[in-house]
Design a protein around this ligand. Structure first.
Ligand code: ATP
Length: 199
């Protein structure tokens, strides 16, 4: 699985539709300060479902929509499409190429699509959950983030490693199962009480 292309339109500094083609291996984005390099990474985070404006270096989510420049009027919506090569079937969907689209309007309304079909954010999260590129997977290491990891408390550092190793997913499932078992035990207790009362 690899990222094949990223198309941004009306997202942050990218007013016009811009497509970046990505080849397998290392891709470097170079450019002067303030030219939009980090905005490319923000676009990837955003299309993968990022919900926090702060993580996208903004005050509110609407800040991702092109706000206009001296020569160009602001736009009403931001749109990002990430195309992923899925020839190895890493994503659990019967397509060799998967396009994920996120669109947001100034009204705050959002739309998501998988291969052009409208879907929920949850569908995207589920599609990506076992691939290692979903939200909170630490695949995007922002500026200053490495320092944060290096200076983190040992327990926090351990949680980064567990996430990278895929342990977190199982821990979450275990916690969910324990919660269900607790609820079931409470129900059984209640049933026991009722049976005693009815005897
Ligand atoms: P550096 O090398 O300094 O880290 P960079 O190349 O990573 O810079 P970015 O941080 O990606 O640059 O881009 C910053 C630019 O994006 C600024 O010029 C800012 O005005 C512009 N920008 C951010 N949000 C918007 C928006 N909503 N509308 C228009 N322009 C925006």
């Amino acid at each position: 699985m690899h990222l094949k292309s990223l198309t941004v339109k009306g997202f942050k500094s990218f007013a016009s539709a811009t497509t970046l083609r990505l080849e397998p291996g290392i891709t470097c984005v170079v450019g002067p300060n303030g030219s939009g390099k980090s905005n490319v990474v923000d676009a990837i985070s955003w299309v993968l479902g990022e919900q926090g404006a702060k993580a996208l270096r903004g005050g509110k989510m609407e800040d991702v929509i092109f706000a206009g420049t001296a020569g160009r009027a602001p736009l009403g919506r931001a749109e990002v499409t990430l195309t992923i090569d899925n020839t190895d079937g890493a994503l659990p969907i019967d397509y060799t190429e998967v396009s994920i689209t996120r669109r947001m309007f100034r009204s705050g309304e959002s739309e998501y699509e998988i291969n052009g079909n409208q879907c929920r954010l949850l569908d995207i999260q589920e599609l990506l959950s076992d691939s290692g590129i979903g939200r909170e997977m630490h695949v995007i290491v922002g500026q200053g983030r490495l320092d944060g990891v290096l200076h983190a408390r040992p327990e926090d550092r351990r949680s980064f490693i567990e996430e990278a190793a895929g342990v977190l997913k199982h821990r979450k499932r275990k916690e969910k199962a324990i919660r269900k078992l607790d609820a079931m035990a409470a129900n059984l207790n209640r049933l026991g009480d009722l049976t005693t009362e009815l005897r």
